[in-house]
Design a protein around this ligand. Structure first.
Ligand code: MLT
Length: 312
């Protein structure tokens, strides 16, 4: 009887598969991070983590679905900086980011790149700036909806250029990338997890990175600041959340598993190939994500209010 009891305790959470909601379409940067992490966490937890893509409204539809899900530890969310910016971008959200979720931990922080279809006319970032200022009303820019990282970066780009560019929302920058490669859309600001292989393959053109320093992966790509656009600094941090009220045992087990995965050299190698790196193991905790989310909501609120006219 004691053996059975201890086996039952050892079994504990999770005793069946877990759904990880990705609030953007399959094939995009958030999906790429989620599937890499879900696969590693599945191995660690001994239960499948199944990724479910719930796109729309810049990630807020997927986030709302998890906010309202059963708080039993079997539905979790992988979301990024949009969890913070949406608090300022939307007048009415069906959830409060600081109250509706139980943070599990930080996952990775991804640089962004300003990219265009391969035959976009400007040769470099300086001529990109001139060209876009002069042709703003005929240029199209893709994003993944208001609240997406691509939306945030695009908003900062329009503010820096003082040019309201026609923006086209997609359910994720996976589908947007298909149209950029196809030449149906002109420009986009997207994460290296989605743009690296296209840049390396020459199927799109890259102009700048949105990080304070150049990326080792693309030493010839200037930072936006070097190219005369200092206001565009965005690094897309990602976190895993459970619905508020999820049992502490489940949150702790998920966080422990995430920390194990953050230390996995294979994850580091794969993310490095995509221009990024796992968060430090010590940031794979509820406290670290909670602190990051609170700080980022406050940091972006005045910036979004300042950029106002370019936010819609
Ligand atoms: C974003 O712009 O927030 C992401 O690119 C969305 C996605 O992962 O598709």
């Amino acid at each position: 009887a004691i053996l059975l009891a201890s086996a039952a305790v050892a079994q504990g959470y999770p005793d069946r598969q877990v759904t990880m909601v990705v609030p953007f379409a399959a094939g995009g940067p958030t999906d790429t991070v989620a599937r890499l992490v879900a696969e590693k966490m599945s191995a660690d937890l001994g239960q499948q983590i199944i990724v479910e893509n719930v796109g729309g409204a810049g990630g807020t539809l997927g986030a709302a679905q998890v906010a309202e899900a059963e708080a039993d530890g079997y539905t979790i969310l992988l979301h990024h900086i949009g969890m913070a910016t949406s608090e300022s971008l939307y007048r009415e959200l069906p959830y409060n980011a600081l109250e509706a979720f139980a943070p599990v931990g930080l996952v990775t922080e991804v640089p962004m790149t300003v990219v265009a279809r391969a035959d976009f006319e400007p040769a470099d970032m300086a001529s990109f700036v001139t060209y876009v200022k002069e042709n703003a009303d005929t240029i199209t820019m893709a994003n993944a909806g208001i609240g997406a990282a691509s939306h945030l970066c695009g908003m900062l780009l329009m503010q820096a250029l003082e040019a309201p560019i026609v923006t086209v929302p997609y359910r994720g920058t996976g589908p947007a990338m298909t149209e950029l490669v196809g030449g149906q859309i002109d420009i986009m600001c997207d994460q290296t997890t989605n743009t690296t292989e296209q840049i390396q393959g020459g199927t799109i053109k890259a102009y700048a990175v949105t990080t304070p320093e150049r990326l080792d992966l693309f030493p010839d790509l200037p930072t936006a600041a070097e190219a005369g656009l200092p206001g565009i600094e965005v690094s897309v941090w990602h976190g895993i959340y459970a619905p508020a009220g999820t049992p502490q045992e489940a949150v702790d087990r998920l966080s422990t598993s995430l920390q194990t995965v953050l230390a996995d050299p294979e994850l580091s190698t794969r993310l490095a190939e995509l221009g990024t790196a796992p968060s430090p193991v010590e940031d794979g905790t509820p406290e670290a994500l909670s602190a990051k989310l609170s700080a980022e909501i406050e940091r972006w609120r005045p910036i979004i209010e300042e950029a106002g006219v370019y936010a819609d």
